[in-house]
Design a protein around this ligand. Structure first.
Ligand code: ADE
Length: 254
């Protein structure tokens, strides 16, 4: 996977083409409200991204429309069947000439983070495989070689919510997705530090006043204060990020 570059020179081969996002799932109806609201919706309306939903059920071959079955060797839960998932991918991929980056959502995967979101936002096409139930037949992984991604060390009922998380984190980074007032440059994780505290009207609320420096109009002083706040927050709340910030080579993160 290509490494992180500068945001301004967005590296998608033809950034004037919308990013194509294919989502393969048993529950396409879960995605409507999320892709059809707020910034994800606006990005599609602006022509920055195209969403395509595919139902695994359409690729079931038996009379019962099975997409999953009990695990060989016993154990709880159901396993997504290899022919169903592989046939769906084989059918969807040729619908666009651009190569798809295959992503399979699983708690066994690499932890998704902001750096990976940045990298994925430069790809021309993402194909997300969301499975419900207990897991995927291992031959799906062997056959498709997907990037296996986890959104955190907890187990959800399926890959749908993780797929939405990945799409949300990626699409907001597409140039033009956020308005100037929503900018994605100075924020948490963009440079390995948490964000500074924010304030808006009123100047005083329940006896607590907005820090004087923010009202001073002195931009250098404000920038200095914010950076100090970001460092202090990161040191206190996220020792792991603080260590990486102080010693990027040692941590291998940045
Ligand atoms: N499927 C179930 N739990 C998950 C997680 N934490 N991340 C990605 N996919 C999942």
């Amino acid at each position: 996977m290509q490494s992180v570059g500068v945001r301004k020179s967005h590296g998608r081969p033809n950034a004037s083409m919308p990013l194509r996002v294919d989502i393969l799932t048993l529950f396409p109806e879960m995605f409507g409200p999320v892709l059809g609201s707020s910034i994800l919706k606006r990005a599609a309306e602006k022509g920055l991204v195209d969403y395509h939903l595919t139902n695994f059920r359409d690729y079931a071959t038996d009379a019962h429309k099975s997409v999953d079955d009990k695990p060989f060797g016993g154990g709880p839960g159901m396993v997504m069947m290899a022919p169903v998932v592989c046939d769906a991918v084989a059918d969807v991929e040729p619908k666009d000439a651009r190569p798809a980056t295959r992503i399979l959502l699983t708690p066994q995967g690499r932890l998704f983070d902001q750096q990976l979101a940045q990298e994925l936002s430069r790809h021309p096409r993402l194909l997300l495989i969301a499975g419900h139930y207990e897991g995927f037949d291992e031959r799906i992984i062997e056959g498709l070689h997907p990037l296996e991604l986890s959104i955190g060390d907890y187990v959800l009922t399926g890959g749908e919510l993780p797929a939405m998380v990945v799409v949300d984190a990626v699409v907001r980074l597409l140039p033009g997705a956020l308005g100037a007032e929503e900018g994605a440059v100075d924020e948490t994780f963009a440079d390995g530090l948490l964000e500074h505290p924010q304030y808006t009207r009123p100047r005083e609320f329940r006896g607590s006043a907005v820090p004087e420096v923010l009202l001073s109009g002195n931009h250098a002083a404000i920038a200095k204060w914010r950076l100090e706040q970001r460092k202090e927050r990161t040191r206190q709340r996220r020792p792991d990020l603080w260590k990486a910030f102080l010693d990027p080579d040692e941590s291998g993160r940045r």
